[in-house]
Write a protein that binds this ligand. Structure first.
Ligand code: FES
Length: 165
């Protein structure tokens, strides 16, 4: 975890929204998945405090919840950046220089795979083929796909997001 991610994690989490989500699912059996999904949608990740609160209110062990959270790749246990930069490291992209793109992100933002910038603006993730091999090498920023990437184009894309809030 980066230093600032730790700082955020140390901050008091407002559990009000978490309680409201749990109220909604209180009497539903098997509600754990939607509860965790909604908690993550709200906070951007699933904070430890939310895990313990959900365990208490749903009458399950925290370890059971962590079992679910670590099994499904969709869940995150740490704060993440506003912009998730995914660098495809699949074969087609790798052959066309994806590693150089990863290195450039490291140079521009100071983060590598699964790391988040201190200002919580960017998270970098190396991913397997995202199914756009014809445009290799490919990156994604949140839902936007950028193909035929070069180091120069990557510079421009990152700059664009740096200027955005
Ligand atoms: S290998 Fe990168 S999109 Fe398929």
């Amino acid at each position: 975890m980066s230093e600032s991610a730790e700082k955020v994690a140390e901050q008091e989490i407002d559990l009000g929204p978490c309680n409201a989500i749990l109220d909604k699912y209180q009497d539903m059996l098997g509600a754990l998945m939607p509860v965790l999904q909604e908690i993550q949608d709200h906070y951007g990740y699933v904070p430890e405090e939310a895990v313990f609160l959900a365990a208490e209110r749903l009458n399950v062990y925290p370890s059971q919840i962590y079992g679910v959270l670590t099994f499904y790749a969709q869940f995150h246990l740490e704060p993440r950046g506003k912009y998730i930069v995914r660098v495809c490291m699949g074969t087609a992209c790798h052959v066309k220089g994806a590693t150089r793109l990863g290195d450039k992100i490291q140079e521009l933002l100071g983060i590598g795979h699964a790391e988040t910038t201190e200002d919580l603006k960017f998270t970098c993730e190396y991913v397997a083929c995202i199914g756009a091999c014809g445009m290799a090498p490919v990156i994604m920023v949140n839902d936007a796909t950028y193909g035929s990437m070069s180091v120069q184009k990557l510079n421009e894309v990152i700059e664009k997001y740096q200027k955005m809030d």
